[in-house]
Write a protein that binds this ligand. Structure first.
Ligand code: 9MR
Length: 347
């Protein structure tokens, strides 16, 4: 007799018409049975953590490498999981050749964007029906962790330097032309918490999407990433107001990359740490659901495969590991799992 099979988060969410999904990495998905089993059990939808980025798909100009993304798509198909795309136009994970080409004048910039978007969307069209077309396009205001100098509302990126703000219009229009029924999503971070910097970033985001819509630029959804930090205050009201305003503008709103980062002052006791993470996860997700969000993705399932564990810019410095995902590094369900289950079940 094995362990009784408890329903996963995807089944609990699905009961109430909510999609729960996770970022996925192709390598462990194919080689680590524990990882694959957790994905199968918990995630009703997938988003590639790396495999859909420019550097992964077109590391050399004209040479598209889709095998890692195709592996995720094949797994998704075999397991009946929907896959969303991430990310067509982003200032990071951009190969050097593309960064150089973007600096060679607007004509060349538009041409490489068009080729990339058209080729990728043609390839994924049968299976990916929602893409993060533009990712992280708003500048981080003063008071952010990494503020941008000056008062531009737009992030200073190779795309922005090549074309100005219209690169956002162009990316969205090119995507619509390449795949007319695709859901076009603008994905952003730093807009979740109750800080002056986040309030300013929310203001910039609303101004941008209203401007895009008023000019007839195609846009269907906004992804709120949800990389939360316990060191920052959270209150439901600002998040509710943001989601409500976006929905009133006619957009869908998704939570796309939820995970929770502890501060350096995290308590020593594991249970105490987990309780704080769980409390924040519950407050954030239940607020989003109440405001009308119907899709929630975490940025991975287990701490073992989380950027919070492996990226030196965000990892804890004292030999401890973040516990910001619903499964711990041994794939055991933790208090955040319970919190998500409760939020999805509406308890
Ligand atoms: O988690 C991702 C990490 O493994 C990659 O090295 C990194 C660069 O491609 O991107 C991380 O994911 C980011 C996502 O694509 C956009 N929002 C922030 C995420 C965490 O940095």
């Amino acid at each position: 007799m094995g362990q009784p099979v408890l329903p996963g988060l995807e089944a609990i969410a699905r009961e109430r018409g909510i999609t729960f999904g996770s970022a996925v990495q192709s390598t462990p998905l194919l080689s680590n049975s524990e990882y694959a089993a957790a994905m199968r059990r918990e995630a009703g939808a997938l988003v590639p953590e790396w495999e859909g980025k420019w550097e992964a798909l077109q590391p050399t100009e004209g040479a598209f490498t889709t095998a890692p993304l195709d592996a995720i798509l094949a797994w998704g198909k075999a397991n009946g999981r929907m896959v969303r795309g991430h990310a067509l136009v982003w200032h990071k994970s951009l190969p050097e050749w593309a960064e150089t080409a973007l600096g060679e004048g607007p004509h060349r910039a538009l041409s490489i964007m068009e080729t990339h978007i058209r080729t990728v969307l043609r390839h994924t069209r049968a299976q990916i029906r929602d893409w993060d077309v533009v990712n992280e396009v708003i500048a981080d205001p003063a008071g952010s962790d990494t503020p941008q100098e000056g008062d531009s509302a737009y992030r200073d990126s190779p795309f922005f330097r090549a074309l100005g703000p219209r690169y956002i219009d162009e990316a969205l229009r090119m995507s619509r032309r390449a795949d007319p029924l695709l859901r076009l999503t603008l994905n952003e971070y730093g807009i979740e918490e109750d800080t002056p910097a986040a309030a300013e970033k929310r203001r910039r985001l609303l101004e941008l999407v209203r401007d895009l819509l008023s000019r007839g630029v195609p846009l269907d959804a906004v992804g709120i990433q949800g990389h939360l930090q316990l060191a920052k205050p959270f209150r439901p009201e600002p998040l509710t107001a943001l989601i409500t305003a976006l929905r009133q503008a006619g957009l869908s709103v998704l939570i796309t990359e939820l995970d929770i980062r502890e501060g350096r002052d995290a308590p020593q006791d594991l249970r105490a740490r987990d309780a704080l993470v769980a409390e924040r996860a519950y407050a954030f997700v239940s607020t989003a659901l109440q405001a009308g969000v119907r899709s929630v993705f975490t940025w991975g399932l287990s701490d073992k495969f989380s950027w919070l564990t492996h990226d030196p810019d965000v990892a804890l410095t004292d030999s401890r590991t973040h516990r910001g995902l619903p499964l711990d590094e041994h794939f055991r369900r933790n208090a955040m799992w319970d919190a998500l289950a409760r939020a999805f079940a509406g308890r």
